[in-house]
Design a protein around this ligand. Structure first.
Ligand code: ADP
Ligand code: MG
Length: 663
């Protein structure tokens, strides 16, 4: 901005206030996630500054229609280069045309808790500041947007409307890669940070609340003066720095569920994009140009990286791009206004600005509503425990406290007590489902008018009773969870013991296969082969015994080198004989289980895991009931061997459920 004194600016802005047309914004839309939004690009051609020059030389840019233009091709003057944008504003276009056509439509998103950015780009002297700030006679985007936004938030936030709004402004410039707070020039270079949600922040940046356009002027004009003082000293500093006006719109829902939203509007007057190799800059000016070029060069790289879908977008390579992270490839509704000049001497800068604008057109942002749930209904809690708890609980609590603090005086340890019983804390930690129920109950009671009392705006005592109930429920849930954990641990321990027993049995079995000298006679359980079991089962007259002690011959080898003397010794061993009735019973039980058991029941059988249990249930659904246990072999995924070992492992256990005959 190249305005003179702040007084002059004040006059300009005051006139701007009067001169600006009142613009109507569409109503706030529903808060749904909008589809990805492309960065919109408008090009504005300013008129010849010198009318005489305009009459003598033809403009190097020509309009084709309201969205396209052509410029002469510098490689071949017989040809023209055509560009298509979202909008093209010719030299006769007014400030209102640009504002209403390109800027105003994105402002409504701010009231939906979304971000928006307007960037003026182009070489020095092409009309960026004119477009953004304007003159008293022709106010630009900034005064128009601020007036509309403030008016809109006043209307939408009026008493009785669902949302309350507050607007704040910050104003900064990026000069030689330093972020300077124009509302507090003494603050020095500020850092740009990113929070955990990807929002770009500048800690320490002044934020002034504004409720009217006069408020805005009060802060903006002196801040612009700060810039202007620099400009007079440094000559043209204002066109060598990026000026960023940040307007934040905070909104809070008045009724449950008390949502909070925040929309940010960046209004940016970028430094001139001219090629400094041609300007003959030296010394400080060259250094400034370097900084300007760095940030604009990185801006170009960011746009290219976004267009090419590169995994790394170099936002961090300059302060400007870091700040614009939201606006380009981020969450903002962005509009780039490329300002160009008609004079021939601007030709190369014009082509380069148009090329940058054309590349920016391809960038896609993903705006979303920046919303969170905030429980602000309760004031900071300073409660006596008596109010919170019943008498018995109070006693118990005091006991705990005394134990903790070793003092009888509750006041001696107020912090832990208030933390432990703060209903606010509990409410914020509350299960969302519970909270939702609470809030809908609140809504329901609220809608009953005077008959019902909204719970969350009831007097303190009732509110506390309600919170206490919620807290008790929480405790109950905790207790149940603990109990469940204990039971699970018990089951696990039991399973582990069973597993151990099984392992020890199998190790005994494997030892029995060895042909080493046995010091003592082994007692072993011999599981009969399946065929034998089946044969026995088939013969109803077989003697009924579960276990039978039988003498058995065993070959023993001598361990010395002498002539091997093999002798047969009779040793005691246990052999299992299962009565057919028992076997039949076991088989029937298995069959019943196979036909009626759920996948979970089936898993109680040996050798049947989750997968096999599901296979069995699936087979049963397809083919109907199993006629005999051997049908198990027909289940895909269960081999004959597996079926056999399954029977061996299970039949005994299930048969043992019924005892017959002497052991
Ligand atoms: P920049 O900020 O890009 O360096 P300025 O906005 O300062 O350029 O514009 C340079 C000059 O051109 C100023 O005197 C300004 O009033 C004038 N100007 C720019 N655009 C227009 C326009 N559309 N109509 C009339 N004058 C313009
Ligand atoms: Mg300017």
């Amino acid at each position: 901005m190249e305005a003179g004194s702040s007084a002059r600016l004040r006059r300009q802005m005051a006139t701007a206030t009067l001169g600006a047309h009142r613009c109507r914004l569409s109503k706030v839309g529903a808060s749904r996630r909008p589809p990805p939004a492309r960065v919109r690009v408008a090009v504005r051609l300013r008129p010849f500054l010198d009318e005489a020059a305009g009459a003598s030389e033809p403009p190097c840019v020509q309009a084709i229609d309201s969205s396209s233009l052509e410029v002469a091709n510098w490689r071949n003057y017989q040809e023209t280069l055509k560009y298509q944008f979202d909008a093209f504003y010719g030299e006769r276009s007014s400030q209102q045309d640009i504002y209403a056509g390109s800027v105003q439509p994105i402002l409504r998103h701010l009231l939906e808790g979304q971000n928006a950015s307007v960037l003026a780009y182009g070489p020095t002297g092409a009309g960026k500041t004119h477009t953004m700030l304007g003159s008293p006679e022709q106010p630009g985007v900034i005064p128009r947007a601020l007036m509309d936004l403030l008016q809109l938030t006043r209307e939408e936030g009026a008493e009785g409307r669902p949302w309350a709004f507050s607007v704040t402004m910050s104003y900064l410039e990026i000069y030689q890669e330093k972020v300077l707070d124009l509302l507090d020039p003494a603050s020095g270079d500020l850092v740009i940070r990113e929070d955990c949600r990807g929002n770009i922040l500048i800690p320490g940046l002044t934020q002034k609340p504004i409720t009217s356009f006069t408020d805005f002027e009060q802060h903006f004009l002196p801040a612009s003066g700060n810039r202007t003082v620099g400009a007079t000293r440094l000559n043209q500093r204002s066109s060598r720095s990026h000026a960023v006006l940040l307007v934040k719109v905070d909104q809070r829902e008045r009724l449950a569920p008390f949502r909070q939203r925040e929309g940010k509007l960046y209004l940016i007057d970028l430094a001139g994009s001219e090629d400094n190799r041609r300007t003959g800059n030296q010394g400080l000016r060259l250094k400034e140009s370097g900084a300007i070029n760095t940030s604009l060069f990185v801006l170009g790289k960011v746009v290219d990286a976004l267009n090419q879908g590169l995994p790394r977008v170099p936002y961090r390579d300059s302060k400007l791009t870091r700040l614009l992270q939201d606006s380009l490839g981020g969450s903002a509704h962005s509009i780039l206004i490329a300002n160009i000049a008609p004079e021939r001497r601007f030709y190369l800068d014009t082509v380069s600005a148009l090329n940058f604008a054309a590349r920016s057109k391809e960038v896609v942002n993903r705006p979303f509503t920046n919303e969170r749930l905030q429980l602000h209904v309760l004031p900071p809690v300073k409660l006596s425990q008596k109010e919170l708890l019943g008498p018995s609980e109070e006693k118990r609590t005091r006991g705990c406290e005394e134990e903790d603090t070793g003092s009888l005086e509750p006041a001696a340890a107020p912090a832990p007590a208030s933390q432990r019983f703060s209903p606010l804390q509990k409410l914020s930690n509350m299960d969302p489902a519970m909270l939702e129920r609470l809030l809908s109950l609140d809504r329901m009671l609220g809608s009953q008018g005077s008959q019902g009392t909204p719970l969350l705006s009831t007097p303190k005592r009732e509110r506390m009773v309600l919170l206490k109930t919620v807290e008790e429920k929480d405790l109950e849930i905790e207790r149940l969870k603990m109990k469940q954990k204990e039971l699970e641990a018990k089951v696990l321990a039991q399973e582990a013991t069973e597993e151990e027993e099984k392992n020890s049995l199998s190790s005994v079995q494997s030892l029995s296969h060895r042909t080493v000298t046995v010091a003592k006679p082994l007692k072993k359980a011999v599981v009969m082969p399946l065929q034998l079991i089946q044969e026995q089962a088939a013969s109803p007259h077989t003697e009924i015994h579960v276990l039978k002690k039988r003498g058995r011959k065993r070959k023993l080898k001598t361990l010395d080198n002498s002539e091997p003397q093999e002798e047969e010794k009779v040793e005691d061993c246990w052999e299992l004989q299962i009565c057919p009735e028992l076997l039949a019973h076991g088989r029937q039980k298995i069959l019943d289980l196979l036909n009626e058991g759920s996948a979970r029941d089936l898993r109680s059988l040996h050798r049947i895991g989750q997968k096999k249990a599901q296979l069995i249930v699936g087979w049963r659904k397809l083919h109907g009931p199993f006629r005999q246990v051997e049908d198990l072999e027909r289940v895909e995924g269960i081999s004959a061997r597996q079926m056999e070992s399954f029977l061996k492992a299970n039949i005994l256990g299930l048969a043992a459920g019924r005892r017959c005959g002497p052991p």
